[in-house]
Ligand binder design. Structure first.
Ligand code: MRU
Length: 348
């Protein structure tokens, strides 16, 4: 099942991003032609989801090189430094952003001394490669992970870890798509995912596009459904996995993992190796983005709380590895992930 959703596309030398702030009401694209434009798009949540952010950042670097290729070498170098810094400062939690920037930096370093035009060309090729590899990784995760789901499985997911969060197919939703492709009847229960509503707006929309049965619930309903035996498995994506297997994902994921353990329901995390950060020993070291309080007090211009009330908005939380039944990666499924098993993935 190929998802028709195109999150990022390269058109006429520009990066076009489906505007995820407008979904599901409108399908519109935002065109970016510089690193500054891509940085703004990441900050504003035009593009979101760890792998998609990484892909967008890679194109941001390539676009910048193209934009300044006719400048004198010192100006070209200064513009590229500014581009890396700006993109690295766009959002802190998803490690795919920094992973993609490192790949782009390595290409830039290797191309040093070449004509700027040539450098820009190589950077564009690398961004295309990062995009293509992401789809391949998601497909591989789907193949490895779909065996965990039985025919008729009712799968709960949190946030959006689908085609919209990646270059295509998705991580958590990719596993579900692959299970459907293999002939299984799988239905999805989508947490709405307060406060940014990625579940309600994005997961519900993209599954409906593919005609995969989906039922929307508010975040507070998952425990009830689990207690009534209405959830067979949980699958979520990740923004950063620490070396010991602790998982940072959208705020509310930890709560779902605790509930799943309480009810004996498997809790799976689908994430490519580009989401694993071996530099961080455990989840306590993962930087957690704090977003604006206004997103908690209201949404899209509607305010339901007093405008003066202080509100907290940590955008991610950390689920300890001990609550993760298995980590689904492009290299295979890691049951009960720990430091040794995760390190072994990088030697495969
Ligand atoms: O704030 P967002 O929408 O960028 O957060 C996205 C998530 O938490 C996803 O679950 C995660 O990035 C995995 S996407 C394959």
């Amino acid at each position: 099942m190929k998802s028709g959703v195109q999150t990022l596309r390269w058109r006429d030398g520009r990066l076009e991003l489906i505007d995820q702030r407008r979904l599901p009401q409108r399908v519109e694209f935002v065109a970016c032609d510089s690193a500054a434009a891509v940085t703004q798009a990441i900050r504003d949540m035009v593009v979101r989801g760890a792998p998609a952010i990484g892909c967008a950042a890679a194109y941001g670097i390539a676009l910048e090189a193209r934009r300044v290729k006719d400048a004198p070498p010192s100006e070209f170098a200064a513009a590229m430094t500014r581009a890396f810094d700006a993109l690295a400062g766009s959002r802190p939690t998803a490690v795919n952003l920094f992973w993609a920037l490192e790949r782009m930096r390595a290409v830039l370093e290797k191309a040093k001394g070449s004509a700027p035009d040539e450098i820009a060309g190589r950077l564009i090729q690398e961004a295309h490669r990062i995009l293509a590899e992401d789809v391949q990784a998601n497909r591989a995760m789907g193949r490895h992970g779909e065996g965990l789901l039985r025919d008729g499985a009712r799968v709960l997911t949190h946030c959006n870890a689908g085609a919209l969060a990646t270059a295509g197919h998705g991580t958590a939703l990719g596993v579900i798509r692959s299970a459907v492709e293999s002939g299984k009847r799988v239905s999805v229960i989508a947490d709405e995912t307060r406060p940014f509503l990625q579940g309600a707006r994005l997961t519900a929309w993209e599954l409906e596009q593919d005609r995969i049965p989906v039922t929307l619930i508010t975040d507070s309903m998952s425990g009830h459904l689990m207690s009534r035996g209405e959830v067979d498995a949980v699958i979520v994506g990740a923004d950063r996995v620490a070396a010991n297997g602790d998982v940072a994902n959208k705020i509310g994921t930890y709560m779902v993992a605790v509930l799943a353990r309480r009810h004996g329901i498997p809790f799976y995390v689908a994430a490519p190796l580009s989401t694993i950060d071996l530099k961080l020993p455990d989840g306590a070291a993962i930087p957690i983005e704090e977003r604006g309080a206004a997103e908690v007090r209201g949404f899209a211009g509607v305010e339901w709380a007093p405008g003066s009330v202080p509100a907290r908005h940590p955008a991610f939380d950390v689920t300890p590895a001990a609550l993760v039944t298995a980590l689904i990666t492009e290299k295979g499924v890691v049951h009960r992930p720990d430091r040794e098993k995760i390190a072994a993935l990088f030697r495969m």
